[in-house]
Design a protein around this ligand. Structure first.
Ligand SMILES: NC(=O)c1ccc[n+]([C@@H]2O[C@H](COP(=O)([O-])OP(=O)(O)OC[C@H]3O[C@@H](n4cnc5c(N)ncnc54)[C@H](O)[C@@H]3O)[C@@H](O)[C@H]2O)c1
Ligand SMILES: [Zn+2]
Ligand SMILES: [Zn+2]
Length: 369
């Protein structure tokens, strides 16, 4: 049966998002319908509303959610009705060389499910019956979503939905960038540019990895103070466009071992690379506009053996990393409760986006009844 659901939709670029009643069709083969219970608001959702991420409109937003399985399509055996699940926004074909070696974030078929299900169609329609695209095979900022089974990971039902949702992006992206991409070693020095939902998780990942010094950098003082709560030992409040390289070199006696760019700017990526010490590693996590680029002083590559790399979804394998993050939470090592600054109803979704843009929240989360 088709279900009615309220959903947060981007219809026009650079306009406030709208909340509409949509219909969600039942699952086809290999698909699952989920009743969503909580969905985090990520900067990447905002980026889809302003063209930084070019996605086909109209678009149902949301890629960081948790909910309950309510209907299974033909052939789905790994989940059952009532299971608690978290969304995963990467499509994994399971067969390409990257999937096979355990790097599904690089799946060559990724492009198949950018704004649709993997088969190129959608199960979502507006009140007039017109199809609605979905963010990264998800579109989970809605009361119901029909998704491919590979975009869902079963979780322990003990974990509250709003906390679990955050593992669907911010937590896995940030902590995964530290654990999987950079493989930060104990005793090292880490600088983090941007203390939003993603940056705060890089900070707590670095703390868990045993980093000795963690420097939180943001343009907002309130955000660097949040950084402290997640494990930053030092903070730097900068002006937009300011280059804190000198301050970082001085604070660390030559530069941090690792720097993570969690804002989405080529200029900051260049600063992160410049700031790291000889042999250091700079990781770009933020997603910049398509035309943006960055530069490195070429000579520093051979003479200083520095590395500039990127991290997509924390280089994760969702079915391994989501439960790993949640067990760190249950063991008291990973802070999830503290990440949620404010909870919103789906009707308040436009406010949640405005608050994200003005930097009010560590994470804002939309709760569904
Ligand atoms: N690589 C991935 O897989 C992945 C996944 C999720 C999000 N992202 C991207 O990561 C970035 C961060 O996402 P988020 O949800 O944490 O966003 P956010 O809006 O919650 O946080 C961004 C933070 O950066 C700060 N900031 C802005 N300009 C700055 C500057 N010049 N110097 C230092 N800090 C500055 C803001 O004040 C804010 O605190 C976005 O670009 C998002 O699209 C990437
Ligand atoms: Zn995200
Ligand atoms: Zn693949």
């Amino acid at each position: 049966m088709s279900r009615k659901a309220r959903a947060a939709i981007c219809r026009e670029l650079n306009k406030p998002i709208v909340v509409e009643e949509i219909s969600v069709e039942p699952p086809k083969r290999g698909e699952v319908t989920v009743k969503l219970r909580a969905c985090g608001v990520c900067h990447s959702d905002l980026s889809a509303t302003n063209g930084t991420l070019a996605m086909q409109l109209p678009l149902i937003l949301g890629h960081e959610a948790a909910g309950e399985v309510v209907e299974l399509g033909e052939g789905v055996t790994s989940l059952k009705e009532g299971d608690h699940v978290v969304s995963s926004f990467i499509y994994m074909c399971g067969e390409c060389r990257f999937c096979v070696v355990g790097r599904p974030v690089l799946c060559i078929e990724q492009g198949k499910a950018v704004t649709t299900l993997p088969d190129g169609s959608v199960r979502t329609r507006d009140a007039k019956g017109n199809p609605l695209n979905i963010f990264s095979g998800c579109g989970v900022m809605a009361e119901y979503a029909t998704m491919h089974v590979d975009n869902l990971v079963k979780i322990d039902p003990k974990i509250p939905f709003d906390r679990a949702a955050l593992v669907g992006c911010a937590v896995t992206t940030g902590v995964g960038a530290v654990f999987n991409t950079a493989k930060v070693v104990p005793g090292s020095t880490v600088a983090v540019f941007g203390c939003g939902g993603v940056g705060l998780n890089v900070i707590q990942g670095a703390r868990i990895a045993g980093a000795d010094r963690i420097i939180a950098i943001d343009t907002l003082e309130s955000k660097v103070e949040m950084g402290r709560k997640f494990g930053a030992t030092d903070v730097l409040t900068v002006k937009p466009g300011e280059d804190p390289t000198k301050a970082l070199k001085k604070m660390t006696g030559g530069g941090p071992d690792y720097a993570f760019e969690c804002v989405g700017s080529g200029e900051l990526a260049a600063i992160a690379y410049k700031a790291i010490r000889r042999g250091g590693l700079a990781v770009v996590v933020g997603v910049a506009k398509p035309g943006d680029s960055t530069s490195v002083r070429t000579m520093t590559l051979p003479f200083e053996e520095k590395t500039l790399t990127g991290s997509y979804f924390g280089s994760c394998v969702p079915r391994i990393d989501f439960p790993r993050m949640l067990s760190l939470y249950l063991g008291g090592k990973l802070k999830l409760d503290e990440l949620i600054t404010r909870r919103y109803s789906i009707n308040e979704a436009p406010q949640a986006f405005a608050d994200l843009e003005s930097g009010k929240n560590a994470r804002g989360v939309i709760l569904f009844q």
